[in-house]
Write a protein of this length. Sequence first.
Length: 98
Amino acid sequence: MHLFEFALGLVAIVTAGSIITTTVKTVGAAFVRPHHAKPIAAETQAGPAEIEGLREVIDHVSGRVAHLEDERDFYKDLIESPGARAAIQPPDASASDT
């Protein structure tokens, strides 16, 4: 019976060692820092024409956002003051979303 207990104990120790090794490797892999990519070379910098194009797009989007904010305020006022619905004028229709 002592041989069986010895073999069972040996298997338990080997299994516990294997579990501990796997756990340590998994935890270690979780804390490894990923390699950072090298910075992009200077060849990808935008030229003056691209910057001007971006400015135009930003101006266009800003105008559309301002128009949407006006509409939002109009409808908010319309919902919040049902007694004054006749006095509220809709926002300027000349600023269209194109």
